[in-house]
Design a protein around this ligand. Structure first.
Ligand SMILES: [Zn+2]
Length: 83
């Protein structure tokens, strides 16, 4: 069998845990596919924080804060006809 790198080994272990019906971060019973109730919440917050960092929303903004649409962001005006 091919030797796995560190993160590949972790993902393989998480997949085995999921197949057994256990949480992918601890050994409790999974409630919704991958994670137990505690780690499901932790994962959701992590996903939210990663999204907020990417689109520029402060992490402590209230629940449901949305990113500005592309029409509201001032794009720099570039004349694309000039080469
Ligand atoms: Zn867990």
């Amino acid at each position: 069998m091919k030797k796995l790198t560190g993160s590949q080994r972790t993902m393989a272990w998480m997949a085995r845990q999921k197949a057994k019906g256990l949480c992918a971060a601890c050994n409790l019973i999974a409630v919704d596919g991958w994670y137990c109730a505690r780690h499901k919440l932790q994962n959701a917050l992590g996903c939210r924080n990663r999204y907020r960092t990417r689109v520029g929303i402060p992490l402590d903004a209230p629940k449901g804060t949305r990113a500005k649409g592309s029409h509201e962001i001032q794009q720099p005006k570039i004349n694309r006809n000039l080469t």
